[in-house]
Write a new protein. Sequence first.
Lengths: 987, 434
Amino acid sequence: MKKSLFYVTALFLFLVASQFANAQNKTIVGKVTDATGAPVIGANIIVRQSTLGTTTDAEGEFRLSVPANAIITISYSGFKSQIIKAETFNGYLNLKLEEDVAHLDEIVVTGLATSVKRRNLANAVATISSKELNGVAPAQTFDAALEGKIPGAYINANTGAPGGGISVKLRGVTSVYGNTQPLYVVDGVFVDNSSTSGGLNVVTSALANGAPTSNANGGTQDNPSSRIADLRAEDIENVEILKGASAAAIYGSKAAGGVVLITTKRGKEGRTKISVSQDIGFIKVRKLLGVRQFNQARASSLSSDSATGVLLGQEFLAAQSKGQIYDYEKEVFGNTGFARNTLLSVSGGNNRTTFYFSAATKDEGGIVKNTGYKNSSLRLNVDHHINENIKIGVYTNYINSSADRGLTGNDNAGVSLGIALSSTPSFAQLHDSAGVFPNNPFAASNPLQTIALMTNNETVNRFITGLNIEATLQKSKSSVTKLIGKGGFDFYNLQTSAIFPSILQFQAINKGTSVAGFTSNLNVNYIFSLVNTFSPSDKLTFTTSAGITQETGDYNNVLNVATQLISGQTNINEGGALNGTQTRIKYLNGGIFVQEEANINDALTLTGGVRFDRSSNNGDVAKYYVYPKAGISWNLTRMDFMKGDFFDNLKIRAAYGQANNVPAYGSKFTAFNISNISGNSGLIVNQQQGQPDIKPERQIEFETGIDFSILKGRLGFEFTYYHKDIYDFLMQSNPPSSSGFTSAWANAGNLRNQGVELGLNARVVENRSVVWNTGINFWFNRSLVTKLTIPSVPQGSFGYVLGTFQIQQGKSATQILGLDGNGGVSRLGDAEPTFQVSSYNEITFFNKLSLRFLLHWKQGGQNINLTNLENDFGGTSADFDKVTNKLGVPDGIYRIMQVGTDAHEFVQTASYLRVREIGLYYSFTKLPVDYVKGIRIGVSLNNFITITKYRSYDPEVSNFGTGFSSGVDVDPYPATKRADFHISLDF
Amino acid sequence: MKKNIFIYTVFLLGLFSLLSSCKKDYGDLNSATVESFTANASASELNNLVSGTESGMRNNLALYLDDIGIIGREMYHFSGSEPRYVTDLLGGGGATLSNSNFYITNPWASRYTVVKNCNVLIEAATNSTLINASQKSGYLGFARTIKAYQLLMNLNLTYNDSIRIDVSDPNHLGPFVDYTDALAAISSLLDSAKNDLSTATISFTLAGFGSYGDASGLTKFNRALAARVAVYQGNWTAALSDLTQSFFNLTGNFNDGVFNVFGTGSGDQLNGFFIPQNQTGEVRVAHPSFETDIEAGDDRINKASLRDAVASLDGLSSDRDVWVYTSSTAPIPIIRNEELILIYAEANIQNNDLPDAVTAINKIREGHNLADYSGTFSQPALTTEMLNQRRFSLYCEGHRWLDLRRYNLLSELPLDRSGDQVWTEFPLPVSEQQ
């Protein structure tokens, strides 16, 4: 199949290449500048209805031969585009571009191969520019850099551990047990964003089923990082977010969670630019909870046995007299991690070939010793015009990343750092003498020993390569037809190693454990599309596209657990016992799509499209599922009756679309488990029932909105309302166990998300010395389970005693139920925030000094917080002895008394107001030597200021991973803050 | 323009036809599937199902023994991380048996998983064209026998709440039948298995069946189970007739029989009931009445070894570890000759054939270092004696609670704390009640 496609494509390219050449008879020369008169470098000068065009050079100048009657568009990202007619124009063109505060001229992708200006867009598509993403206070990983920047999203870090790990939910929860995360597309490549567990469950028993991994309910308690974190934010030009089916329908079966489209940087024609930047900074814990201040009586009260209590009291006095009272929380989480990041980029090109090259390396320590993150990456993007009709692009990226993530989070064996700390009082003696650590008598592990000796590493080697081919098959005055091919592959090798040497306290029985995971994953996808743009007049344009898509994935994970390790050895064959498991996932999704866009007078834009999709994961692999979409946008200010002065731009819009989410691989089969009895290997039916007729879950979204800008574009406003129904959501049901099965995948019901997104862009101040741009977004989402066909039972987390999620018809999908203190079970909260607000600001002084900051306010939304309870159980919480409750007992005791009668204490509101990023940058314009073209220095703070009443390390947490059960807080790796100094030089 | 449109149409049609040939179903890459086995299984695949069935019988077996042993006041299970062994199962602190807790949901589901495996084996063997008729009978006879045994174990737990018999179609499960009908169904299932085995050739290897792994051996095992079911039914004559076709031997080794066996091999299971002696934290200890009620000199006292230190939890304590299974690979009986001798005694008592009953009882007494029975020769007295011998002979093998329930004597069990209860039966798991 692939081979024949190649021939077909080659044949067409040949046909096309042997075509036509055009007469050109006028030369235009000019200069493009911004409002302050500074040259705009790399602005696009394009002749309408042709492929003619150029870009401005380093002085902002350009020269282009055009037909005498040409209409020329001059555009540059961030500025309003301008149109000039060649025939009305002679001599040198001095063109001043106005800044596009409301982003109306931004080009937004609407199809697999088509795009439209934002002023004509039917959807609310969020865009994050390079500067917003990475130019304020860079985060450690790409995924963390998205936080607070997408209106309509609920983004939550799973953990503060080095290397990231994040959950992104666009416009509410879109599934229950299916995938809730968006599809990430980098330069046309569908990249993998899975989380692969390193097998920590072997030592933590977080999920007590004896399996090496704790994958359940679509999440995992092992807190692996998300693979999207491998990407380098510095290489990214912009990010577009298609938030729901109405925008993403054309991506078909993987688009139900939304689509994040990432475009990396491209070279620009002209002088070769070399840029070197260096960041140096440090990382510290954002907040510590504090520890309990002990005295003899409190020490004694740690044991209910009076004799032991007396001994504990004496132990405390002895430690106190020797000055051996320690703050172990600070020793464990109080490390300062040093961070460095170096980036070299080279870009340039000529009129046929442009390139962007970057090499980058970073090395960052963690707030726990022996943890940290490293990432090195190489990127080469090349665009080349084979001739004036064929353009190809190759976008390659190699990434090597390594994360040492420590041992944190939920744990039933007393080994993770937080759980061990929770029962370790300050008078315990845990320090080593000459490398030999004493056992911790208060817990199953000595956290200082654990930190010093264990390893939990994820190392990734990854290649992502995107290919793009654009061939003009036919061109006439009114019609242009192109063949557009996009695709590529994403391949990575992931090695996880979790090593616990035999001398660790908790390895007394296993005598050393080494868990070695080897994962390889290959995703390949392509889109071939024919796009015809037909313009019968200059007031009417039809864009027709049709094509095929295919996506394949092949994931292979081998996890070897070796125990009884020979001292000092880590190889899995150096152990006395070895258990291996292998997991393979393979899929093929195929689609066919057709899309029609009509633009009438640049005012009315109509879009209609349909995609047919099938997947090897569906019960019926041959069946095509149909996903239609439609959109309309009407720009009233382009109409004669609205040509007033007040509205600079006014648009009303509506869009409708469907998308789906394929069932999990293997959910249609009833598998056998392997068994052994006295050497006879056997098969016994797995307790999960296969569903041969499993269907994808289907999402139908409608959104509508109004956008306007006033005051000559200085104030832009967007309002969006969306309504999306998810039909046949995927969930695991609990069939009667007399069937032999305890769980089964089911298309279990329907749910609905509705929400509102408001956006405001303004240039608050604009004068010669100060320019202040601000963007404010406000959004909220509400979900409702409209139908549930299986019995409602608690899902995930810890049951009613401590708070649990539960899907119930007529209730919010993310409600949290728990014991209400009156003998019943009531709704105690909801993971869904009441609303969120974020604001991005940039204030520029004298065009040299730039202050940028990002504020994020999340109001409402509850977490299930057990971190504090663990500390209460262990008698170590900082406020254990305070008395603020109605019973007059110590608060720690009071909270423990709530367990079993009232779960309010554990379902806590996780509101926060956070200055996520703040950065101050200065650009030098008078430079000492002429080969240096620019110097920029800056300082930035990330996550430094947070206002919250939430009682754990951070309100933003999700220890059960990216699945449905978000916001569970069980002794995570604490959240961090960072400060950086930046310097960059342009040559 | 027209020409171009024509070319594109051809081009697209070509691509679509290529695409439609790309439909794929990768199957399950990680494990064998039921769907593939029920089509036309080979003998080696059927043998895998047999071994899987035998292996699966061990899943949650320790919990089953806990359930019966704890409610029957044979033992306590003290666990630092699991209080429900001393609360719910004993009725401590006002706790009751819950329909969603592990002590019923887990063993219940494990037994029905084995039933499912037996049903898959029956379907696979029936559909297989790669085996001959007598081999087929062997697979069917084995599968039906084990299925009956697994159903009986769940019935033992839920008693009047009973069980479903027909569970072959997971999407259309049969009804719950009452206790008497359930026993009758199990009995007839055993009979049909016996019929299968009568013409069977056994082409599979079993692990815990010793010399009873061939067709005649499996028939004897089948009849031994049938005898157990018959006494549960009060069908004394049938019990005696079943015994004659089983491996019952009045003078034979008490431990002759069929067992769940354990091993240390990769993927094999350890005896989950075994805990080393003198542990703290997680222990299984004998109910104090075991020591006080046993006759002096009875060697069965060794089934509860004296501890170095008393173990206690939540107002309960004991100074003896349960020491029935003395290593992590010690086998757990499915049925053995000592029980058959006691069934022989019981059936004869109820048939008022007292001398034969006393002979059997004395075999047990002699075997355990006790003098012959010297009590009254009456049905009630001998019933008491028989139940007493069953108590010590079959200690922690999953019988005491069931025996007292059969004779309506649960009220005789000792209560250790005020508020403690002796439950008659487990509630049906929550998943069955929807």
